[in-house]
Design a protein around this ligand. Sequence first.
Ligand code: NAI
Ligand code: MG
Length: 339
Amino acid sequence: QSYRIVAIPGEGIGPEVVEASLKVLQQVAKLEGFALQVDYGWLGKTALEKFGSYFPQTTIELCNGSDGIVFGAVTQGGLLELRKHYDFFCNLRPITIVDSLVHKSSLRPEKIKGLDILVIRELVSGIYFGSAARGSDEKGAYGYHTMLYYDHEIRRIARQALQKAQQRRGKLTVAHKENALPNLPWTRLVQEEATAFPDVVVEPMLVDNLAMQMVMNPQRFDVILASNLFGDILSDIGGALVGSLGLLGSASLNADGFGLYEAIHGTAPDIAGKGIANPLGTIGACVLMLEQWGEKRAAQRIMAAQDRVLAQGYRTADLSPQGEEILVNTEQLIQLLLE
Ligand code: NAI
Ligand code: MG
């Protein structure tokens, strides 16, 4: 078996966490006996400087026919185009607590123990892709972005979410804002799709209340389905719940199962270049990639290594190590994972 991936490091801590993740991937490939070829692609500001475009044709050609894209982070340009180009509509963002990090949560341990939420975010439509402009009239300068969803776009992400809920604990919470945005009837459309999933309980929830509930009582959730904007915001709450934004990874899939794998954080300019970024978010994304490939043992191997190293007390700076815990940088954490 052999796989080819495209690594797109991007900017800021992107290259640091992608390099770290590739080391881990290469090691499990060796241990599990599959070959892994890595090509490097460009996106965003660095692509603009090198190729004159945020999302250059060379990157598209590399990604075509590959088995997955491992992405770091960019500050501007390219990423929305990449997601749209491959129709990566289904963004999976698991929010799970690692046992040994329970006390790193912003919440009390009993509120967070065993936390296992899957946020599913629609990724290629909604307000990030609607018509937008700045203009001015007699009242002054203005700007607008349009939150537009075709019903079929809501229905297809709903079916993915229902399927995931069915495979998990059978509960799907739907984030919506129908009191203010009644023309985006997420509740009705999801409920209609849910007739094909009689064993899933659909729970519509106003997104503002949902944000509060995630903080007050996160253990009540199983799968949360959200539009592009709402899912973006809600999943960062997940970072606070599990102890650091740097821990969370995501997979963005299209209908063929082809995917883009990235942490949910950005370029972290405040710590970029210092070699101290937490690589576990991107590594978590790579675990999702391995699972998508059906390489279950390789995925489990990485998860086990992560749990072992964290249980031993090793922490990157974002997890503010205290007491018995040991501060490590990115490279040291990777060496520990590889042991
Ligand atoms: P951010 O996610 O880059 O950082 C937020 C905070 O979390 C910072 O204090 C940062 O140091 C910390 N942090 C994030 N990831 C970390 C990691 N792996 N290890 C340790 N600490 C970590 O969000 P921010 O500051 O709002 O955005 C910075 C830039 O990133 C902006 O230009 C934004 O547009 C871009 N961005 C890019 C994304 C992407 O490429 N997918 C996603 C989110 C933001
Ligand atoms: Mg975000």
